[in-house]
Design a binder for this molecule. Structure first.
Ligand SMILES: *Cc1c(COP(=O)(O)O)cnc(C)c1O
Length: 504
């Protein structure tokens, strides 16, 4: 199986090359040249497999230059009971008296869904580097607004031939997220705060990636830059697995017995990676009725799906679901490529328009396809807050702020369509304990009064909801920060080179 660039079909690479490189040289994204298709009988067979065996099976159909032994090895190292709490890394929870099933994706080491991909990507990458990069050391540079940075650190710590450096905006992450990163262990990690906002950090890091002097110096020292963000195919593929797994769970429970019984999938969406994986699962034979794209107040995708016009020229809101505060959803490019049946010229043109004017409009045909497949709506801050309380009161289920956006948009979908009968999978992307303050205030406006710090709030949340504090958050208490550096945004290049012991 080969991978093509969304902006030029003549660029064709192996899966190892696609993973090692991250992004194509023409700035396009790598997509598989074709997709395997599983029949309903195959899906019934899949329902007899555990998570890791299912993953090895599906990975094998995409990563054809990996041996099945090495895929098995990657999977075994990634999804251990030690890291994910139980034998199965995800959990499917039914909401009583509804057709909704919550797919909890946050039982990994950093309590957010990004662990599902970032626990396995380093193993894919180590294997790929051995084959395609002559033993060079990969240097992963990551700009983060919170969740990605910690998940990448946990995934890449102590990985062979890889160094990882994470930069975050000094005042732009939550206290808990900062503490998670500052207390990171591992002999190949570095974390530094940057004086500036997330855009400053992101822009600074992108500049280093393409700085020819920097790249040359790395090369002379037998190193190369690589990326762990969600444009890497090695991050999307692992996310396809859990949609099959949760569909199989409905088969196991007898809720689905034949192919005509389709499912809805609701995804709280930011960079469009998670919902794109659900779309790909549909292409591979998972019977989907609607993909429900849930946004917060940064509702650029809601507008796009409903009008066919993507316009990032709008106000940016900082919300209580910060991992979805995004105006350019990178992975949308892969969907557009697919809906145009691989029209690389058109994709390249629209992406140029986006970067030059901040806007593009797709053809009527594409818009019709989009609206056929997707339902899109958004949740305001008030809606999100109310949803956390309603869902807890009604179902005794405690959701985080991102998951609440999905639950709210699902509710709006039900009101608009009356589709109460279709089995629906709702992706839950973070533990409520990662966003304790907003969650506790949604439940009870005075509940945090008298709490002295974030750990006080966490204890209180546990007490009033009778739920258990997740390990990755509980274990932070009392830990001392190791990484206390902070730098000016202009000094990023110096910091990176110094850290690699390379002279400027
Ligand atoms: C990253 C993230 C999202 C958004 O996922 P995308 O793949 O970027 O659309 C949603 N919720 C949480 C908690 C996240 O960390």
């Amino acid at each position: 199986m080969y991978y093509l660039s969304t902006r030029n079909n003549n660029i064709k690479v192996s899966s190892m090359q696609a993973i090692a490189q991250g992004i194509s040289k023409d700035s396009g994204l790598f997509v598989p040249e074709h997709f395997p298709r599983y029949s309903f009988d195959t899906l019934k067979d899949f329902s007899k497999l555990n998570y890791t065996d299912l993953a090895v099976k599906i990975f094998g159909d995409f990563l054809s230059d990996f041996s099945s032994d090495s895929l098995q090895d990657c999977v075994n190292k990634a999804y251990t009971a030690d890291k994910f709490g139980t034998d199965e890394p995800v959990r499917c929870i039914d909401l009583v008296n509804t057709n909704a099933s919550i797919l909890e994706l946050w039982h990994g080491p950093t309590a957010a869904f990004k662990d599902m991909a970032l626990q396995i990507l380093p193993h894919f990458l180590s294997n790929s580097l051995k084959k395609v990069s002559n033993g060079k050391t990969a240097v992963i540079l990551t700009a983060t607004s919170g969740d990605t940075g910690k998940a990448a650190l946990e995934g890449f710590k102590n990985a062979e031939n890889i160094k990882i450096m994470v930069f975050y905006p000094e005042d732009g992450v939550s206290n808990m997220q900062k503490l998670q990163m500052q207390t990171q262990d591992g002999d190949n990690v570095y974390v530094c705060a940057v004086k500036g906002n997330f855009d400053d950090v992101q822009t600074g890091i992108k500049k280093i990636f393409t700085d020819s002097d920097c790249n040359q110096k790395l090369s002379q020292n037998n190193m190369m830059f690589s990326s762990a963000n969600s444009i890497n195919w090695g991050r999307l593929l692992p996310q396809v697995i859990y949609y099959f797994y949760s569909y199989c769970d409905l088969i196991r429970k007898g809720k689905i017995t034949k192919e005509s019984e389709k499912v809805n999938i609701v995804v709280p969406t930011g960079n469009f990676g998670n919902i794109l994986s659900a779309y790909y699962a549909g292409k591979m034979g998972l019977p989907i009725n609607k993909l429900i794209c849930a946004s917060n107040s940064n509702n650029v995708l809601t507008d796009f799906i409903n009008t066919g016009i993507y316009n990032k020229n709008r106000k940016f809101y900082m919300t209580m679901s910060p991992s979805m505060d995004i105006l350019v959803s990178s992975n949308l490019e892969r969907l557009i490529y697919d809906l145009t049946d691989g029209d690389d010229k058109k994709v390249a043109r629209w992406m140029t328009e986006l970067s030059e004017s901040g806007q593009y409009e797709v053809d009527k045909e594409i818009k019709d396809k989009l609206q056929n497949l997707f339902f899109a709506d958004f949740s305001t801050e008030e809606d999100t807050k109310n949803t956390i309380k309603t869902i807890f009161d009604k179902y005794n289920y405690l959701s985080d702020t991102h998951t609440a956006v999905a639950l709210d948009v699902y509710d709006k979908y039900l009101s608009k369509t009356g589709d109460y009968d279709t089995n629906t999978i709702i992706a839950s992307t973070a533990s409520p304990y990662k966003f304790s303050k907003d969650v506790i205030l949604a439940l009870n406006e005075t509940a945090a009064d008298g709490c002295l710090d974030d750990f006080d709030i966490i204890d209180k949340l546990s007490k009033i909801t009778n739920t258990q504090i997740v390990k990755p958050i509980a274990s932070l208490k009392g830990k001392k920060p190791v990484f206390k550096d902070s730098c000016q945004k202009e000094a990023l290049k110096t910091v990176v080179l110094n850290n690699l012991n390379i002279k400027e």
